[in-house]
Design a protein around this ligand. Structure first.
Ligand code: HGY
Ligand code: MN
Ligand code: MN
Length: 416
């Protein structure tokens, strides 16, 4: 069982260590002046190697699966394992904390038990996933879905922007695509999954709380909308005779914003990607595609929003004499966090002096995939100004240290 005495975790010291690790990992990027780390890229390889090194230093047993997920294992006296993880891939021009914070806090918490030689009744597995952001291949969460035993082999044929398939990218990364199935945990092994993540919103800061408990991960609908009008000469086509696809896309973007604002926060909608093939300043755009990201903590509210939104798009396309196609490329239900695990995290936060407020996550996470394997929970860490997916993203060393202390407390009290 190891020594009865274990030093109480020192949040300030742990926070400084976490901060140094975050900055060291944050320097691994495809570009010198901004953080870009895509799935199965050389930067992912370098980051995975660094994570593996930290896990070994923490006295964890390190392995890597076919999708590049690095695992650090600390054995327990029983066969079940508590899975702790997050992702190490990033969006383009990312912040350093989104993803890596959860892996680093997991390593520091597992190290607390490993260095004390304390074998709990369950094992600890820290997981560093490489594909949460979906910034390289169209479908995301491939690595956590594989761990959850839900990887669809068709994904191997997905191609990135230069035509490289996921299958080829796995091989280039040094892994074997035929081994994907071996990445999955058995349901009898995976007791639960806990993810620590920067909040990426302003609630904890507004409530002066370092930590919070997530109640659910908002459901998501992605709609690819494509308008077909008529390209024309910007100087000669009279305004009333135009079939301007970009004007249709612009009206759609403003419609999404207005409809979402009218829900008073129940639904959020974003157009973050718009494509104008053969764009030119002196050409009336004849073809424009956009992706609409729609999220809500309520599946019913999101479904109603999407139905109304699509009807309004068809009406505006008719008014503008545009053709329009709409394809749902993502439809993910709201993912609830396990109530008992939430209570365990709440008790741990209170033990570190917090109020343990509870909130919905508007951002998506690997927990959406892991919930298909086992009960999940998420611990949020205060995010300065609520800014994320932005180099200004920041969590303080002390808040990160409190997250480690709370996770240690959660693990000590957990019963699986
Ligand atoms: O889109 C999301 O919510 C996540 O950051 N991938
Ligand atoms: Mn993100
Ligand atoms: Mn994330």
């Amino acid at each position: 069982m190891g020594p009865a005495f274990m030093p109480a975790p020192d949040a300030a010291v742990l926070g400084e260590r976490a901060d140094l690790m975050i900055r060291t990992l944050g320097a691994i990027s495809a570009e010198p002046n901004r953080l870009v780390r895509g799935f199965l890229t050389p930067e992912h390889r370098a980051a995975a190697d660094l994570i593996g090194q930290w896990m070994r230093t923490a006295q964890l047993e390190v392995s890597e699966d076919a999708l590049g997920t690095v695992r650090g294992h600390w054995p327990g006296t029983g066969s079940k394992r508590l899975l702790i993880g997050s992702h190490i891939d990033t969006v383009i021009e990312a912040g350093m904390f989104d993803g890596p914070l959860g892996v680093i806090v997991g390593i520091l918490a597992a190290e607390h038990f490993a260095k004390a030689g304390r074998n709990l009744p369950f094992g600890l597995d820290v997981l560093a996933f490489g594909d949460e952001e979906g910034s390289r291949f169209a479908k995301t969460l491939s690595s956590s879905l594989a761990v959850a035993g839900q990887f669809d082999a068709e994904r191997l044929e997905l191609t990135d922007a230069i035509g490289v398939t996921l299958r080829q990218a796995i091989t280039t990364f040094g892994r074997n695509p035929d081994d994907v199935a071996a990445a999955a945990y058995g349901r009898d092994t995976a007791a639960a999954y806990v993810e620590v993540h920067i909040e990426q919103g302003p609630v904890l800061e507004h409530r002066s709380q370092a930590l919070g408990v997530v109640t659910a991960i908002a459901g998501q609908t992605y709609i690819n909308v494509e308008f077909l009008g008529e390209a024309g000469h910007a100087g000669t086509v009279p305004m009333l005779l135009r079939r301007d696809a970009l004007a249709g896309a612009a009206e759609t973007t403003l419609l999404a914003e207005k409809m979402a604002r009218d829900t008073q926060g129940e639904v959020v909608a974003t157009v973050g990607m718009l494509r104008i093939p053969n764009a030119a300043a002196n050409v009336v755009p004849g073809n424009v595609a956009l992706i609409v990201d729609i999220r809500s903590g309520s599946d019913e509210a999101r479904r109603k929003f999407v139905d109304t939104f699509k009807a309004e798009i068809r009406a505006l396309a008719d008014r503008r004499h545009l053709g329009v196609t709409m394809t749902d490329t993502r439809n993910v239900a709201t993912t609830p966090c396990d109530p008992a695990l939430q209570d365990g995290l709440a008790e741990a936060i209170r033990a570190t002096g917090g109020e343990a407020i509870r909130l919905v996550s508007g951002a998506g996470h690997d927990g959406m995939a892991m919930a298909k394997l086992c009960p999940i929970a998420m611990l949020f860490v205060r995010c300065r100004g609520g800014i994320s997916h932005n180099p200004a993203e920041y969590a303080s060393p002390l808040d990160m240290g409190l997250a480690v202390a709370a996770l240690i407390r959660f693990i000590e009290n957990a019963k699986f």
